[in-house]
Ligand binder design. Structure first.
Ligand code: UT7
Length: 333
C-alpha cells in the first residue's frame, strides 16, 4: 500500500486592525525606533482591542476564511488542533471554541502548548492523524493574543510581541509531497529564561501575584537569543541533511519571527540567501504560534507545487524544531 502523507491544501491568516507602532511604544516605555529596528527588525505589531476578545476571535476568522477559500464544508473537518499559549480560558480548550464557532460539529479538537514552536508541534500532530489513515481533513491553527500577557511597562518584552492567527487545511495524499519530515525537540530546563510566573497551579492568581506583575511573559532576552540561534540553525541543518537537501534545493526558509537577527543567522548557517527567507516581522512582531502560518499566508502567491520549504522555530520551554514541507499546489489564479 502507498504511504499516506499529509499535504497542506490551503492557508489563511488573520491579523487585527490596530497597529501598535514603535512611535507609540516610545510614549509607553524608555525606548526608541532606532533601538527596536536595529535590535529586532520590528516596526509595528497588530493588537486585538475590545472587551471579551480572546485568541479564538482571530482564530475563528482565519478558519472561516480558510473553509471558504478551500470550498470546504465545516462538517467535513474531523479534527482541529490549536497551538496557543494565550487560550481564551484555562479550559475548555480554545480549539473547542473554534470548532463550535465555525460549525465543525463533527470534529474533535484540542490545544497544544509549545509557545513559539506551537505551530510546528501542532502541524506534526495533525499530520500524524492523516498519515495513520484515521483522518482525512484536519485543520491546524496557530494563534496568540500576546497583548494579553505582555507587560507594557517592561521595555525588554513589550516591543517584541503582537497578536495574530493562521490556519492550514491538511488532507491526505499518496504523492511525494506534503509533510516529508519533522524534528521536534524540547528542554524543560529552559524554564527560568522564558515563562509566566503566576496563574498556573503552582502559583494561582492572588492579589499579591497581580501586584507583583507576575501574570506577564518574563524573558531573559540575551540568554534566549543564544539558545535560539544555535538550536534553530542546528535542527534546520539536521532536517536538511537527513533528507539530502542542500541550500540550493530549498525554495523557502519559513522561520519563526522572533528577531530578524536570529532569522538572518539561521539562514546564513543553512546556506540560504535572504531572497529565499520569508519575513514579515517588521509588520507583525512576534505573534508566537501564529508567525509561521502568517508567513505562509502572505507568501502563498509565490509558492509553487514541488517547492521545498523548511519551517523552523524556537521558543519557550525551551521548545524547537524544523519541518520539511513539500508544497502541494500552484498559486491560485
Ligand atoms: O520567540 C520566543 C523566543 N524569544 C526570542 O527568540 C527572543 C530572543 N532575544 C532577543 O530577541 C533579544 O535578546 C532582545 C531583542 C530581547 C534584546 O536584544 P539584545 O541585543 O539581546 O539586548 P540586551 O537584552 O542584551 O540589552 C542590551 C541593552 C541593555 O542596556 P545596557 O544594560 O546595555 O545598558 C538593555 O537594558 O539594551 C537595553 N534595552 C533597551 N533599550 C532600548 C533593552 N530593551 C530595550 C528597549 N529599548 N526596548
Amino acid at each position: 500500500m502507498d504511504k499516506i502523507r499529509a499535504k497542506v491544501t490551503g492557508i489563511q491568516g488573520y491579523v487585527p486592525e490596530y497597529r501598535l507602532t514603535n512611535a507609540e511604544l516610545e510614549k509607553l516605555v524608555e525606548t526608541n525606533d532606532e533601538w527596536i529596528t536595529s535590535r529586532t527588525g520590528i516596526k509595528e505589531r497588530r493588537i486585538l482591542k475590545g472587551e471579551n476578545q480572546g485568541t479564538s476571535v482571530m482564530a475563528v476568522e482565519a478558519v472561516k476564511r480558510l473553509l471558504e477559500k478551500t470550498n470546504t464544508d465545516p462538517l467535513e473537518i474531523e479534527m482541529i488542533v490549536c497551538a496557543t499559549v494565550t487560550p481564551d480560558l484555562p479550559f475548555p480548550a480554545t480549539a473547542n471554541i473554534i470548532a463550535d464557532k465555525v460549525g465543525a460539529k463533527k470534529s474533535f479538537s484540542f490545544d497544544v502548548a509549545a509557545a513559539c514552536s506551537g505551530f510546528l508541534y501542532a502541524l506534526q500532530v495533525g499530520a500524524q492523524f492523516i498519515q495513520s489513515g484515521t483522518h482525512k481533513k484536519v485543520i491546524v491553527v496557530g494563534a496568540d493574543k500576546m497583548s494579553s500577557i505582555v507587560d507594557y511597562q517592561d521595555r525588554t518584552t513589550c516591543i517584541l510581541f503582537g497578536d495574530g492567527a493562521g490556519a492550514v487545511l491538511l488532507e491526505a495524499t499518496t504523492e511525494e509531497e506534503g509533510i516529508m519530515d519533522a524534528i521536534l525537540k524540547s528542554d524543560g530546563s529552559g524554564e527560568p529564561y522564558l515563562h509566566m510566573k503566576a496563574g498556573g497551579s503552582r502559583r494561582p492568581a492572588t492579589l499579591e501575584t497581580v501586584a507583583a506583575r507576575e501574570h506577564f511573559a518574563y524573558q531573559e532576552g540575551a540568554s534566549v537569543f543564544k539558545f535560539a540561534v544555535t538550536n534553530m540553525a542546528d535542527v534546520s541543518a539536521e532536517v536538511m541533511e537527513r533528507n539530502g537537501l542542500k541550500g540550493e534545493d530549498v525554495a523557502w526558509l519559513v522561520p519563526h519571527q522572533a528577531n530578524k537577527r536570529i532569522i538572518d543567522a539561521t539562514a546564513n548557517r543553512m546556506g540560504i540567501g535572504s531572497e529565499k527567507v520569508m519575513m514579515n516581522i517588521e509588520r507583525y512582531g512576534n505573534t508566537t504560534a501564529a508567525t509561521i502560518p502568517l508567513c505562509l499566508w502572505e507568501y502563498e502567491s509565490q509558492l509553487n507545487k514541488g517547492d521545498n520549504l523548511i519551517l523552523a522555530a524556537f521558543g519557550g520551554g525551551f521548545t524547537w524544531g524544523a519541518i520539511y514541507l513539500k508544497w502541494a499546489y500552484d498559486p491560485k489564479k
